[in-house]
Design a binder for this molecule. Structure first.
Ligand SMILES: [Zn+2]
Length: 81
């Protein structure tokens, strides 16, 4: 599978990119896509952190693969900017 580098956060990712809402053209990683969507919805950084923390709490109680959990944690770090 092709590995892409996100121009926004610099992380590498695989699979389908998200389209940046900034210019509707730049391909960014799915994590940044989520973050931009949240920013677009007017969700502040505190709320974002709260949402991500809850997502991690939920995922730790369900069967989640390591990769998914690592992605959640990465989004959480990004949201803490
Ligand atoms: Zn990114």
């Amino acid at each position: 599978m092709k590995t892409n580098t996100c121009p926004k956060c610099g992380h590498t990712y695989q699979g389908y990119p998200a389209l940046s809402r900034v210019d509707n053209r730049t391909k960014i990683c799915p994590d940044c896509g989520i973050r931009e969507a949240m920013e677009d919805a007017g969700i502040g950084s505190w709320t974002r952190r709260e949402i991500m923390t809850r997502m991690i709490t939920v995922s730790s109680h369900t069967q989640t693969s390591d990769i998914e959990l690592k992605r959640f944690l990465r989004v959480l770090r990004l949201a803490a900017w």
